[in-house]
Design a protein. Structure first.
Length: 67
């Protein structure tokens, strides 16, 4: 009976260690996703800025050809 108890305790400890490792991996994964989200947001915000038409001169005052 002692070996059955020892096996059960051992299995419980192994499961607890695995769960702790999984939680750490998920935390790192969430941080990586947050960093990517911030980078994509910054990229999209910079891409949405449209340059203004020129205010003087003969070029760029009537048509904005930015693509």
């Amino acid at each position: 009976m002692d070996s059955a108890v020892n096996n059960a305790v051992s299995q419980a400890l192994v499961m607890q260690q695995a769960q702790t490792a999984q939680q750490a991996q998920m935390q790192v994964f969430k941080q990586a996703l947050d960093m990517q989200k911030d980078q994509v947001t910054a990229l999209l915000e910079s891409a949405s800025l449209q340059p203004q038409l020129a205010s003087d001169g003969s070029l760029g005052t009537l048509v904005n050809t930015y693509a």
